[in-house]
Write a protein of this length. Sequence first.
Length: 206
Amino acid sequence: MIIGLTGGIASGKSTVARAFERLGIPWVDADDVAREVVAPGEPALAEIAERFGARVLNADGSLNRRALREIVFADADERRWLESVTHPRIRERLHAHLARLQAGDVPYGLLVSPLLFESGQAEMVDRCLVIDVPEAVQIARTAARDDVDESQARAIVAAQMPRAERLARADDVIDNGGDEAALAVQVRQLNQRYRRLSSTGRSSLE
Ligand code: ADP
């Protein structure tokens, strides 16, 4: 059984993944795989360079992410084109990673992905777990962690999938508006539930 773990920026995805890991649950990070598919030598990078030219490449031939981000942020068609090039390749590689993970002796595994719903990865998992936080908390944690001020953090949050939409697609929700102790309690409870579910060979049972 694979659980897809998602949430907005600074909702606590990495923190939750580490808490599951301490309970013996492995995870695959979709962000890592997204970087792999545009590494030098990869066909996706060649296609991107062909479309946008040298302005999206660094001097060493690697992808200039900031330049590419600026292009696709300003043009929804180009963003869709980019997604059509990268998302299928990311899913393909994730399939391989998840198959390896499931070949091990583990009760279940996690796919940690900020774009679980936006990138078609939700279809690859058995259940979707959303890490939910009030927007004010999310903005404060983004500003504290990253090199952005509150208004920049607010703009990033506003550009992401709305909180209500994410929640509507969740099978399970962790409320990370509290402290780390409150978070740990929820992770332990879910871990027990997921272990029960995987031992029955079903992904839903209530
Ligand atoms: P994501 O992976 O979703 O971007 P992180 O797990 O990195 O989010 O968490 C964002 C920031 O908020 C980090 O600095 C983390 O230490 C902090 N954080 C996460 N959960 C809590 C919590 N329950 N209480 C206080 N700070 C938290």
